[in-house]
Design a protein around this ligand. Sequence first.
Ligand code: ZN
Length: 222
Amino acid sequence: MQPTARPIAGALRLMPHVSQTKICMHRYTWQNQQDLPSRGYTCGYCNRPLASARGWHGVLEHNNAIRAFVFVCHHCTGPTFIDHDGSQWPGVVFGNVVNDIPEKTVADLYEEARKATGAGAYTAAVLCCRKLLMHIAVAKGAEAGESFAAYVDYLSANHYISPDAKDWVDHIRNKGNEANHEIVIVGAADAEELLSFSEMLLKTIFEFPAAIRKRLAEPKGP
Ligand SMILES: [Zn+2]
């Protein structure tokens, strides 16, 4: 299994106004921590990159070799388990925060898809994204009860998707049809590309228009 850490923390660092997806409400002082070989990773709780050298190690039962670690994040104090092949739990949430989504259901579905992708639950993430795109289309005037492909076509036909993204539209529609009548187990690439597509749509439909509305509403200087 591949590590699930994703390089989104840099983007978040450049956008200090952006709220992080998971913030520990409480800080902990963990007892009996040990010194460990320093390890770089991105914390799945606070999304910050760090190198930790404090926590605990685990040994394999059959030969006592040190092969697993629990590192403590010195930013948020959250504990992260890294196993013998480098897989990380909790993984890092995939994708970027989108602001100013007016409908809570849409915002919640997007966050759920990000978390599912970060956790390696790719099929769940794709199903979330499909539902998300259907909600967006209905929010923008499509009829309820249509097929996933019909909603993708609606968004494209009504110019919510750039004409230059036609290949994307075809690809997403075909992927949607694959999973339409049966649950197809999908991999990381399918989940990540559908989530990236959803992020792009949410930003262009909700975040960017809201940003310019706020800018224009600011009081003018003398
Ligand atoms: Zn952290």
